[in-house]
Design a protein around this ligand. Sequence first.
Ligand code: DAH
Length: 340
Amino acid sequence: MKDKINQLLEEVKQFKAESADSLEQFRIRFLGRKGLLQDLFDAFKELPGDQKRDVGQLLNVLKNEAQDKINLLKDTFESTEQGSVADNDLTKPANFREPGTRHPLQIVRNEMISIFSRLGFTVNEGPEIEDDWHNFSALNFPPEHPARDMQDTFFIEKDPDIALRTHTSSVQVRVMENNKPPIRSIFPGRVFRNEAISARAHCFFHQVEGLYIDRNVSFADLKQTLLYFSREMFAPDTQIRLRPSYFPFTEPSAEMDISCNLCGGKGCGFCKYTGWVEILGCGMVDPAVLENCGIDSKEYSGYAFGMGIERITNLKFQVKDLRMFSENDLRFLKQFESAG
Ligand code: DAH
């Protein structure tokens, strides 16, 4: 009888059901009321006492194996049958997925890229962790010069200095080092400064830097480019004005204001009743910077400008608190263009 049970055990192990039907036949043959196991248990009762223990154990093993096998195969049939029905039923409603929205900074960044690309500017990016050369020295910030304090730097290492870049002007240097003029490119990216976080300041924000290097590039070219940008970004009647300023890497340098886009230049709380709001810094690239980057300053000249994306976004969407940009509050984020 043991041989018979072992033989059946082997049969159970080998069994593979091709369909739910063949599985049901298997179940009836082994576990049905008139099935093989029932017959075996009946025969077991007639056995002499000294054989009962071994045979009984073996019979139980067979019974459990058969039951386990049936449960396992039943599961696979059920799940694939259900799955295939769901997949093929094209009349079922689709799962609803809420579409995301673009971040307001991303909307403005994309618009800037689109405006400048219409003027032939390409896009380049550089690393957020920078060495002293690219963030400061090549840009004409002499060592120990107070101009370095214009930007509160997060240092990662000292001697040699490695820091989180304080502006995207660092990418100017990389692009000039690696390309021959003419160069016409913008550099969007995140920058970092060690400032206390408030409604008006943050320890990280975003900038877009612009650079144009060629023969005979003049300040008039810079002015016209910035006027075009301002009118595309804000309104076709936007006015600009340039005020003399200082940056170590440009000479001459200027800051640019646009006519306040909220009051149209008449004067309001936003522009502090001046009619103008500052949006960027700019200037002609200092010949020393060109030379630092391997460009002959007798042959080439160029302009550069840099602006904060948050600032432009605030002007377009009147976001009063800078912290909103990084808090991921859906009530805020959902107010902007849908990503679709
Ligand atoms: N890097 C300057 C800043 O972060 C902005 C800037 C000013 C960039 C003048 C320029 C420029 O390219 O010419 O404050």
